[in-house]
Design a protein around this ligand. Structure first.
Ligand SMILES: [Zn+2]
Length: 322
């Protein structure tokens, strides 16, 4: 689950599902419980109309989309295949055209603990870890500069985000800290291998450490501890996209526009390893992963209608036998 952060920073309790006007507030409300219920509501809507899909529909709700992608991968390994997949992530009624890969890594620094009174004779692991961050920023800069080599990210000002997401170290205020671990996240464009980013990060850490008074003799360790995923571009014009696009148009009155995601989405599993087109299309969410995450309720209704029409057209429908 995506953590809430300090609960007092929320206007309403993060798990109260408070509704104000057209919006429901809560952690996971938009990213992505709303998508899951849109899928369920779509099947419900068909049943209410006395219809059922004339082909098999697998409904998957998986874990780990926020950390590895292994949940979706497990369904593929289990053998679940389809002519097309649809993930109802909160695209805000847009058609997701490109998705980035994400990598997680930890930088582990060991210090030399001494009494603070003799701090000069020790080495502060927290301070040394901080000294490595500018080198990681340079990798981020390098990859942002490469955005013009991609099909869809050239117009985006800063598609690659290196995030120091968590930092832990030391034991108490009166020893020079002996250890520090930084949890980081970076992303990579479609068509590039995570191993290329891995090499850049490891080289940057090695180089920065080699010029550092303490780290040169106490090299930090880089551990790849979660996401290690590729991105992809969705080839336009697949049969599934044509159908979903038409269904969206019936609800919204116009064709869906493209959404270029700077995050990871599980769709890469189906596209890259399952050989099936995967559409990412769903309700409208704001402040995902932030305070006061919210989902637009009318957008859930619209997504439900489009998904129900998509299932009906893609699978065909038949009357439910009494
Ligand atoms: Zn998310």
């Amino acid at each position: 689950m995506v953590p809430t952060g300090p609960v007092e920073m929320w206007a309403d309790p993060p798990f109260a599902a408070t509704i104000k006007g057209d919006w429901m507030y809560g952690r996971g409300a938009g990213d992505m419980k709303a998508g899951v219920v849109a899928n369920l509501f779509a099947m419900d809507a068909l049943r209410r109309a006395g219809l059922q899909p004339a082909a098999t529909v697998h409904m998957e709700t998986v874990c780990e989309e926020e950390s590895t992608g292994n949940g979706a991968l497990a369904t593929l390994v289990r053998g679940y295949k389809a002519d097309a997949a649809l993930i109802s992530e909160p695209s805000g009624g847009k058609m997701t055209r490109a998705v980035m890969g994400v990598q997680w890594f930890q930088v582990k620094v060991r210090g030399h603990p001494v009494h603070v009174a003799q701090a000069g004779t020790g080495s502060n692991a927290i301070q040394a870890a901080m000294d490595l961050v500018p080198a990681l920023r340079k990798v981020e800069d390098k990859w942002n500069a490469r955005r013009h080599d991609t099909r869809h990210y050239g117009a985006h000002a800063h598609p690659v985000n290196m995030n120091v997401g968590k930092i832990a170290g030391g034991d108490w205020a009166s020893s020079v800290p002996a250890w520090c671990t930084m949890d980081c996240r970076i992303s990579i464009y479609p068509g590039f291998k995570p191993t290329e980013m891995q090499r850049d990060i490891e080289d940057a850490v090695r180089q920065a450490a080699s010029g550092h008074p303490f780290l040169s003799n106490n090299p930090p360790e880089v551990v790849w501890n979660g996401f290690f995923t590729e991105g992809y571009d969705l080839e336009p014009g697949s049969a599934a996209e044509t159908v979903l696009s038409r269904c969206h148009e019936r609800i919204a009155g116009r064709k869906p526009v493209d959404y270029i995601a700077t995050a990871y989405i599980d769709s890469r599993v189906f596209v890259l390893y399952g050989g099936m087109p995967c559409l990412v299309y769903g309700p409208l969410c704001e402040d995902a992963h932030g305070f006061d995450e919210r989902v637009n309720i009318p957008s859930i209704r619209d997504a439900t209608k489009a998904i129900a029409l998509f299932i009906a057209e893609w699978c065909g429908v038949e009357p439910i036998e009494a």
